[in-house]
Each structure stands twice: as structure tokens, then as C-alpha cells.
Design a protein. Structure first.
Length: 122
């Protein structure tokens, strides 16, 4: 009266899980299907073919979407890093391009300006 061997109950359990996931996917409750183990589910040959097809299709679709999201995030990180590097190079270049005059040259320039200003006075 009792219990079946484990090998007899395992396929029925997997098939029941596929049917449960299929029911969730049919009502578009992807979050609940994910919580129920959608991505770990492997339909067996004894599962309902239409349900198994829908489960596999959902798995592939989600995997592709997640991969695209990862590529998008990696691209944004790469672009942000390149922009920061470009800005750092630009800041370094502007600092190097406009150094102050050496003290001797600054003094000579000040004397020349003063001399020119004196010539302009009556």
C-alpha cells in the first residue's frame, strides 16, 4: 500500500514541475516561475511536449535577455571608464600646456612692462 520506488516517482515529479511552470508562464507570471525553479528545470522525454517547449523557450528567452543586460552593463562601465581616462588625460594635458613662467622670465617681463608704461607717460 504504499510507496513506489524512487525511480517511478522522479519522472512524475519532474513532469508535474514542468506543468506547474507552464501554468505560471501561461498567465505571464515569470517571477513566480523563476521562484519555482524555472531555470533549473530540465523537462524529461515523458513531459507534455507543448509544456516542455514553452518552458524551454522561456528559459532560452530569459538567458538571452540576461546576457544582453550583462553586455549592456559591461558596455556602460567600459564607456564610463574610457570617459574618465579621457578626462584625466585632458586635465593632465592642460596643466602641462600652460605652465607658469620661470621666475627670471617673469621678472624680465615685469621690467619690460614697467619700462613700456613709463615711455607712454608725458
Amino acid at each position: 500500500m504504499g510507496s513506489r520506488p524512487a525511480s517511478d516517482t522522479a519522472p512524475a515529479h519532474a513532469c508535474a514541475r514542468v506543468l506547474q511552470l507552464d501554468a505560471l508562464l501561461r498567465v505571464n507570471d515569470v517571477d513566480a516561475a523563476l521562484d519555482a525553479g524555472l531555470m533549473q528545470c530540465l523537462p524529461c522525454p515523458g513531459c507534455d511536449p507543448e509544456a516542455a517547449t514553452r518552458v524551454i523557450k522561456a528559459q532560452r528567452s530569459l538567458a538571452a535577455a540576461w546576457a544582453a543586460r550583462d553586455r549592456y552593463r559591461a558596455r556602460n562601465e567600459r564607456l564610463a571608464r574610457r570617459a574618465a581616462e579621457r578626462l584625466a588625460r585632458r586635465d593632465t594635458a592642460s596643466v602641462q600646456a600652460s605652465p607658469g613662467l620661470p621666475p627670471a622670465a617673469a621678472a624680465a617681463l615685469a621690467r619690460a612692462k614697467a619700462k613700456a608704461a613709463d615711455r607712454g607717460r608725458p
